[in-house]
Write a protein that binds this ligand. Structure first.
Ligand code: ADP
Length: 485
């Protein structure tokens, strides 16, 4: 079944123009449900990246000094245009990622909201006056944009990861060179088209697709780029951090996670199970905040498993664009292979398969990278799934007896992005949420990605925060101005 009406050729967007890559080459972008080529994207390299850096550098003085109210107006228009083009963008996202179209629509709406919030906040980048230690001195602090920024984004939320970076960057007065993931360039292209329409001036937002290593090295080694903001895997993040160190570039890193989800015996079990199902299988488990370890208190293990199996068994697997689908394919063959290897490893080391554990046949989509929603229990710490990010639709369950024990287990990882606890005991919720070494903790709640709040991790899950005032602040420098009068 063909899903494609027309194969697009995505060019590079540099200095306000859509241009051919210097290599003259394009690479295929594939729909993971069908294996079909949906578009071709420009194979940019270091030469194109240099041009984009040049453009961002020359556009910076004018954009960074534009009155905040004008930058805000442009971003508000961009927000509006995202909403007006919701159906088209959502279709692109679903085609490239494979995710259910309803989730793609939520992503577009959320991105419009994110853009609007940052538009509003652009007008509130306040400075400070500080009482000076002597009579004839005045101290003030102004906040200025860091400079041209490189933004490198992943494929799992191809639009929101782009918007999370460019909206605060543009609001703060920075210019941007954006490199989206090779698997999913389409919605980034659409954002640039809409940004142009919204009035973002030439050179303020530039897009380069292509070889990540060459583009990354060019961005990181150029002194005109003053900051790198990255979402992706921890190994790549570490490499970029090392490259950034040479010029002490500012960095924001939103890296991998290995979220624990803890269900205490006093939890509302129905709610805990419904939430665990939603947060675990959203986007086929390809989210950095999805739980990789589910800890259930021993006394409720059996009742939890009965309810969880029922819910997970009811999830409908299929092509995301078909509607009425809960779980789409994995986004790439590599992702599917990783999921299979984690399940195989766990079963080989004594895990019990409760449901799933196979590649389902989806009528009409033989070539798709589908994996059935899976529950494993009797997980132990020697298994890959206990230590690495699975990034797939596999829920792994371990039991625990005491609060101290589960906190220690949950913290026993190099990751520290998101954690979830389910309990009706107020004191316990306070104790455990404070003891968990994570950047974000949900208490009976899984909705951690809100524009009003800081999103990000501790330990090897990253540094810096996206969202909320902290998010904007990461694109600003504080300058002290001291005057003797
Ligand atoms: P994932 O496992 O989610 O694919 P990656 O860290 O591999 O995460 O990719 C996230 C983003 O980083 C993508 O845009 C990818 O192209 C880019 N990327 C991958 N390797 C490098 C690299 N060596 N230098 C710069 N960017 C890279």
């Amino acid at each position: 079944m063909s899903l494609i009406t027309k194969i697009e050729n995505y060019k590079l967007y540099i200095n306000g123009e859509w241009i051919e890559p210097i290599s003259g080459e394009y690479f295929d972008v594939v729909n993971p449900a069908s294996g079909e080529v949906v578009s071709k994207a420009a194979a940019g390299d270091e030469r194109d990246t240099k041009k984009a850096i040049e453009a961002s550098y020359h556009a910076f003085p004018e954009w960074s000094t534009k009155p905040a109210a004008e930058r805000a107006r442009i971003l508000r228009r961009l927000s509006q245009l995202l909403l007006e083009n919701e159906a088209d963008i959502a279709r692109t996202i679903s085609l490239e990622v494979g995710k259910p179209i309803q989730q793609a629509i939520i992503e577009v709406k959320g991105s419009a909201e994110y853009t609007l919030w940052n538009a509003e906040e652009a007008r509130r980048i306040y400075g400070e006056t500080i009482p000076a230690p002597i009579r004839n001195k005045r101290l003030k602090v102004i906040r200025q944009p860091v400079g041209p920024v490189a933004a490198i984004t992943p494929w799992n939320f191809p639009l929101s990861m782009v918007i999370r970076k460019i909206a605060p960057a543009l609001a703060a007065g920075c210019t941007v060179v954006l490199k989206p993931a090779e698997l999913t360039p389409g919605s980034a292209v659409q954002v640039c088209q809409l940004a142009k329409q919204a009035g973002v001036p030439a050179g303020v937002l530039n897009l380069v697709t292509g070889n990540p290593v060459k583009i990354g090295e060019t961005l990181l080694s150029d002194k005109r780029i003053r900051k790198i903001t990255f979402t992706g895997s921890t190994p790549v993040g570490k490499q970029l951090l090392k490259q950034a160190a040479d010029q002490v570039k500012r960095v924001s890193m939103e890296l991998g996670g290995h979220a624990p989800l803890i269900v205490f015996e006093d939890a509302d079990l129905e709610q805990a199970v419904a939430s665990a199902t939603q947060v675990k299988f959203y986007n086929s488990g390809q989210t950095c905040i999805c739980p990789n370890r589910i800890y259930v208190q021993s006394s409720i293990k059996e009742s939890f498993l009965v309810l969880f199996k029922e819910r997970v068994g009811a999830l409908k697997v299929g092509n995301g664009l078909d509607g009425n689908v809960d779980v789409g394919p994995l986004t790439s063959k590599n992702a599917l292979e990783k999921v299979k290897s984690h399940v195989e490893d766990a079963l080989g080391k004594g895990a019990t398969l409760i449901i799933g554990g196979k590649e389902p046949v989806v009528e009409g989509y033989k070539e798709g990278y589908f994996y059935s929603p899976t529950i494993l229990c009797d997980i132990n710490e020697s298994m890959l799934i206990s230590n690495e990010e699975t990034f797939g639709p596999v829920a792994s369950i371990t039991t625990f007896d005491s609060e101290d024990e589960v906190v220690e287990k949950a913290n026993n990882t190099d990751y520290g992005l998101a954690a979830y606890i389910f309990t009706k005991d107020l004191s316990r919720s306070v104790r455990v949420s404070e003891a968990l070494e994570y950047g974000m903790v949900g208490i009976n709640d899984i909705g951690l990605a809100v524009v009003e709040g800081p999103f990000g991790g501790v330990k090897e899950s990253g540094m810096g925060r996206e969202g909320g005032p902290n998010g904007l602040n990461d694109f600003l420098e504080s300058k002290l101005i001291s005057t003797l009068i």
